[in-house]
Design a protein around this ligand. Structure first.
Ligand code: ZN
Length: 313
C-alpha cells in the first residue's frame, strides 16, 4: 500500500469513527432524556388519587392490624404474640458478610434477607465483615428476665429507659436486632456507628432499616439513644423516616392524613416511585381496603387502629 492510499484509508477510518462517536452520543443523549427526570426527581409530595376504577377492594380482618412490617411496638403498644408469626434462625439464612452471636438468634425472613444485603454492601465498601448480631427476637419470658436483671443492677427508673416492659419490646416483632463489632478473638464491643461504621447508619434506609431510638427522639420513643438497635420497616418508609427526621411514633401519626379516596403520599427515590396511604380499621369485622387493581402492593397493620398501604409504581 503506497502512502497516498494509506492517508486515504486513514481518513476513511477517522470519518467512520466520527460517525460511530456521533451515533453513540445521540443514543446516550436519548437515553439520558428519558432517564433524567426519573434519576433526579427525589422526595415526597401529597397527590390526589386517580380514577376509582383503577382501584379494587381487599378485605383485612381485625387481627391483621397487629401484623406487618410497620407495626409500632412501644411502651404503650404491646406486641400480639397470639399471631404466632414464624421466625428463622439468622445462622440458617445469613450470608458471609457479618456474624451472629449464637445459633439460636432468630428474626423474620425479610429482616435477615435485608441484613444480608445491607452488610454485603458495607463489606464491599469497607472490607469489614465483623458486624455481629447480638440480640434479635425475644419472647415474653426473655424480656422479663432482661428487665429483672437490669432493675437489680441499675434500679427501676434507669432500667426502664433501656429495657422495655415484657410484651412491649420491639424485639418481640422479629423485625429488630442489636448489632455490635467483633474483634479477632470474637469479643464484641458496643456499636457506636462511628468512623467506618457510620456507613451502616447512612445506608440503612436503602435496605429498609431505621435507627429506631435516635438521640433527638428519646422523649417520644421513651428509650435512650441506641445506635446499635436497627428496625426493618421497608425502603420507602425508611427513606422518609431518615430524610425527614421522624421517629416511628411520629411517622405512624403523620401518615394518617393520607387516606383513600382523598390523597396519598407519593415518594420518589431516584426513580423508584411509591404510593403510601392509610386506611382506618373497622372496629368490628373486616375492613375494606382500597388497593390498586393492577400491580404490586403491601398492606401492613400499624398495631393499633389501621392499615398502611404501600404501592410500588
Ligand atoms: Zn435492641
Amino acid at each position: 500500500m503506497n502512502s497516498a492510499n494509506t492517508i486515504k484509508s486513514n481518513s476513511k477510518i477517522k470519518r467512520g469513527g466520527k460517525i460511530i462517536l456521533i451515533l453513540v452520543l445521540a443514543v446516550l443523549l436519548f437515553v439520558a432524556a428519558i432517564r433524567l427526570p426519573a434519576v433526579f426527581t427525589e422526595g415526597t409530595k401529597e397527590v390526589a388519587f386517580g380514577p376509582k376504577l383503577l382501584y379494587r377492594t381487599a378485605h383485612k380482618s381485625y387481627e391483621d392490624v397487629f401484623k406487618g412490617d410497620l407495626i409500632l411496638v412501644n411502651n404503650s403498644h404491646a406486641y400480639n404474640f397470639d399471631l404466632g408469626e414464624k421466625k428463622y434462625t439468622v445462622e440458617s439464612k445469613k450470608n458471609e458478610y457479618y456474624r451472629v452471636k449464637n445459633d439460636e438468634l432468630s428474626l423474620n425472613k425479610i429482616t435477615i434477607r435485608q441484613f444480608n444485603a445491607l452488610f454485603k454492601d458495607f463489606f464491599k465498601r469497607t472490607g469489614l465483615d465483623n458486624v455481629t448480631i447480638i440480640s434479635a427476637y425475644r419472647d415474653y419470658e426473655y424480656q422479663e428476665r432482661l428487665l429483672d436483671e437490669r432493675i437489680s443492677s441499675s434500679g427501676y427508673s434507669a432500667a426502664i429507659r433501656w429495657v422495655a416492659q415484657p410484651g412491649y419490646s420491639e424485639h418481640h416483632t422479629g423485625l429488630a436486632a442489636d448489632i455490635a463489632v467483633s474483634d479477632a478473638e470474637g469479643n464484641t464491643s458496643t456499636f457506636t456507628g462511628e468512623d467506618d461504621y457510620a456507613l451502616i447508619g447512612e445506608n440503612a434506609w436503602k435496605y429498609g432499616f431505621i435507627r429506631r431510638y435516635p438521640e433527638n427522639k428519646t422523649e417520644i420513643t421513651g428509650i435512650n439513644n441506641e445506635p446499635w438497635h436497627y428496625r426493618y420497616v421497608g425502603k420507602p418508609h425508611a427513606y422518609i423516616l431518615s430524610h425527614y427526621d421522624l421517629c416511628l411514633e411520629e411517622y405512624i401519626e403523620y401518615i394518617k392524613q393520607f387516606t383513600y379516596p382523598n390523597s396519598y403520599l407519593r415518594v420518589n427515590i431516584r426513580g423508584d416511585v411509591y404510593q403510601i396511604y392509610y386506611v382506618p380499621a373497622s372496629p368490628e369485622g373486616k375492613t375494606a381496603v382500597s388497593v390498586p387493581a393492577f400491580g404490586s402492593y403491601d398492606i401492613s397493620g400499624n398495631n393499633s387502629d389501621g392499615f398502611i398501604v404501600t404501592v410500588k409504581r
